[in-house]
Design a binder for this molecule. Structure first.
Ligand code: PEP
Length: 251
């Protein structure tokens, strides 16, 4: 299984800024990426093509979409389909990012529809899950992760390959806050995720990559990557600067 180092640029960077960061990143990573690692940049839709033109010719570098709508085409104003993402060079996409769940109101059922539809239509999908601070304080982490995984994976194609499905554990309280989860918290949560995957998808569970996301920085990435069941990271803020993200990728 290849480790996945993913950058979520959220709603940052114009076309010019995204192109410049992608070019800088290409210079920093070209020829340096270890064989067992791949890199994924997830820019806003508007810069997907610019970023993919620069990065995807380089072995091991991929681009992805932050979201998509679960339909091939139609009267869905403001939305974008998996085929449109692929057309711009994307092979991955996120579903269920915490900001889509908690700022934009997506529920477990919609996240499940998107995850299934994306996989059915040729995307590699990164299903994001994670508990809120009050759920952690109430001792409900395992229950919340299990619920999000059950709903998120309920309708995925039976023949889904492990390499096409990724789970990102992102505790909501650690996203964009500077408060990184501790090693025990990460390892325990990733253990819960692996166990639940073994129940839900026994044939592929051990090969599904589980990423950690939440205030990953160059100075904590190496220690996080060394933890059990951590197969990569999903990075927001620290991925916006090429030098800082390249240090995380090479940590
Ligand atoms: C994210 O956007 O998925 C994320 C983890 O953000 P940050 O690294 O800024 O916490």
């Amino acid at each position: 299984m290849k480790e996945l180092m993913a950058a979520n640029w959220k709603m940052y960077k114009t076309w010019d800024q995204a192109s410049a960061t992608a070019s800088e990143l290409a210079g920093l990573l070209h020829g340096k990426l270890p064989a067992g690692r791949e890199v994924l940049i997830i820019p806003p839709f508007t810069s997907l093509k610019a970023v993919s033109d620069v990065l995807t010719p380089i072995e091991g570098l991929h681009v992805g979409g932050q979201d998509f709508y679960p339909a091939q085409e139609g009267a869905f104003t403001g939305e974008i389909s998996p085929a449109m993402l692929a057309d711009l060079g994307a092979d991955y996409a996120l579903t269920g990012h915490s900001e889509r769940r908690h700022v934009l109101g997506e529920d477990d059922a919609l996240v499940g529809r998107k995850t299934a539809f994306g996989l059915e239509h040729g995307l590699k999908v990164i299903l994001c899950i994670g508990e809120k601070v009050e759920e952690r304080k109430a001792g409900r982490v395992e229950e919340v992760l299990a619920r999000q995984l059950e709903a998120g994976l309920a309708d995925i194609p039976k023949k889904t390959l492990a390499e096409n499905l990724v789970v990102a554990y992102e505790p909501v309280w650690a996203i964009g806050t500077g408060e990184v989860a501790g090693p025990d918290e990460i390892q325990t949560a990733h253990g819960h995720v692996r166990k639940k995957l073994q129940q839900l998808l026994p044939a592929i569970a051990n090969e599904i990559r589980i990423l950690y996301g939440g205030s990953v920085k160059p100075d904590n990435a190496g220690a996080i990557m060394a933890l059990d069941n951590v197969d990569g990271v999903l990075v927001g803020g620290a991925s916006l600067i090429a030098e800082s993200f390249s240090k995380i990728v090479l940590a």
